[in-house]
Design a protein around this ligand. Structure first.
Ligand code: SF4
Ligand code: FES
Length: 448
């Protein structure tokens, strides 16, 4: 630990920490754009300039390590003048289109412009315009608003594991682009929308449908993956308008997979069956819930009397809540043989005999990062569990060995070599005489 003085207060900070870390520890806010605690340091926006005693000029808090006896002033005249200067430069080319920008109300640049921007601009020349890019069906671009913080670029490299965005050109000619003709397709791509501190990258499905202050926020848990990512569901007039990550370091950190982020669109789909229907005279007709429930109860009673209780079973989607599944089980036990299941896509149940309780990972999700060796059987990791893939990738960058057994090609674009096998039933798997290669002989290193 080293002792420093921050805004007149003595404090101890871990050796190697930056001034920004120390400020976060002390609960002092330093304005910033390119800094994000989950990404590497780029120090390219210069918004976090602070005064450091004996330093000849303001230093970027996000990139300056603390040193013993350092005296830092985050809100001194010198620091605030530097921060205001940076803000003036950032606003030179930024369009004044907040009233029609989807980021309005939750924009870091807008917020900081209130604190550090001037009421008028001294820049009289023509503003620069950058053409928008097609990033695919999920992310909308207004690249003239970009301030080149490179958060989106670093996210691709460091978290998603696919470098889909990059920066070309310098100064006035800098631009964020995709590879020629490519869209952004990673399973975590939507996170760049949250990361972008301005309205350059916004959500295409959400675009122009609501303002952030019109939305009510409900905490929820993802129904789409076994991870149970924490979500905030944002609702307007009883309609889900968008889904954002709710931070939980033990599960999804501050990220969300695209399927969790955008699958709410299915809720609002016109193709969705939202009202009960009965077939009458060969044609489907909408009916009231009571009419439909009476009909189902009558038919179930008739079937039970004619064919016995064992002829009735209940199948439910695992996307139901625990409470709903509990009620269905209760209904099945009271009315029918008690047969109820949610494993709609499982065809081999032979492992049930050898298992007690519910299958689970067997360890905390956060501990995946610390594993030394992992053998993944039958999962296309990137598609099935994008955020577990992210944790394994972080571990692989620290020398974890990852081995995959998968019947389909492309289980992981980066894993090599992979072992491909025919799909086995669990019985065949146990009786196979084919020896598994040792883990170490399959070792591969995920490129950094
Ligand atoms: S698009 Fe957004 S996140 Fe990417 S560099 Fe520009 S401002 Fe930063
Ligand atoms: S936040 Fe420090 S330079 Fe951008």
């Amino acid at each position: 630990m080293v002792e420093i003085e921050l805004d007149g207060k003595q404090m101890e900070v871990a050796e190697g920490a930056t001034i920004m870390d120390a400020a976060n520890q002390a609960g002092i806010y330093i304005p910033h754009f390119c800094y994000h605690r989950k990404l590497t340091i780029a120090a390219n926006c210069r918004m976090c300039l602070v005064e450091v005693e004996k330093a000849p000029k303001p230093l970027p808090a996000c990139a300056t390590p603390v040193m013993k006896g350092m005296k830092v002033y985050t809100h001194s005249e010198q620091a605030v003048t530097a921060q205001k200067g940076v803000m003036e430069f950032l606003l030179i080319n930024h369009p004044l289109d907040c009233p029609i920008c989807d980021e309005g109300g939750e924009c870091q640049l807008q917020d900081l412009a209130v604190g550090y921007g001037a009421s008028g601009s001294r820049y009289e020349e023509t503003k620069r315009v950058v053409t928008d890019k097609n990033l695919g069906p999920l992310i909308s671009t207004d690249m003239t608003r970009c301030i080149y913080c490179t958060r989106c670029v670093r996210f691709g490299q460091e978290i998603a594991g696919v470098m889909e965005l990059g920066m070309i050109g310098r100064g006035e000619h800098a631009e964020i682009i995709t590879f020629v003709g490519k869209t952004v397709d990673s399973e975590l791509s939507g996170n760049v929308i949250d990361l972008c501190p301005v309205g350059a990258l916004t959500s295409k499905p959400f675009r122009f449908t609501a303002r952030t202050w019109e939305l009510t926020r409900k905490p929820a848990v993802s129904p789409h993956c076994g991870l149970g990512s924490n979500l905030t569901v944002q609702v307007k007039q009883n309609r889900v308008m968008r889904v954002l990550p709710r931070e939980n370091e033990a599960i999804n950190e501050c990220w969300l997979s695209d399927k969790d982020r955008f699958s709410y669109e299915g809720l609002n789909s016109e193709q969705r069956l939202a009202r009960p229907m009965l077939k009458r005279g060969g044609a489907w007709a909408e009916v009231e819930w009571q009419v439909a429930l009476d009909y189902v109860a009558r038919e179930l009673k008739r079937i039970r009397e004619q064919h016995g209780a064992s002829s009735i079973g209940a199948l439910a989607t695992p996307h139901q809540t625990l409470e709903e599944l509990f009620l269905l089980g209760k209904l099945a036990r009271g009315f029918a043989s008690g047969s109820a299941d949610f494993r709609l896509r499982q065809s081999d149940f032979s492992a049930d005999r050898h298992r007690t309780g519910a299958p689970w990972l067997g360890m905390k999700i956060a501990d995946l990062n610390a594993l030394e060796r992992v053998l993944v059987v039958g999962s296309t990791l990137r598609k099935d569990h994008p955020l577990i893939t992210h944790r394994l990738r972080q571990a692989a960058r620290r020398n974890m060995q990852l081995n995959l057994i998968n019947p389909s090609p492309g289980a992981s674009r980066r894993a090599s070599p992979q072992e491909r096998t025919r799909p086995y039933s669990s019985a065949t798997w146990r009786s196979t005489t084919r020896p598994l290669p040792s883990c170490t002989s399959w070792a591969w290193w995920w490129p950094s």
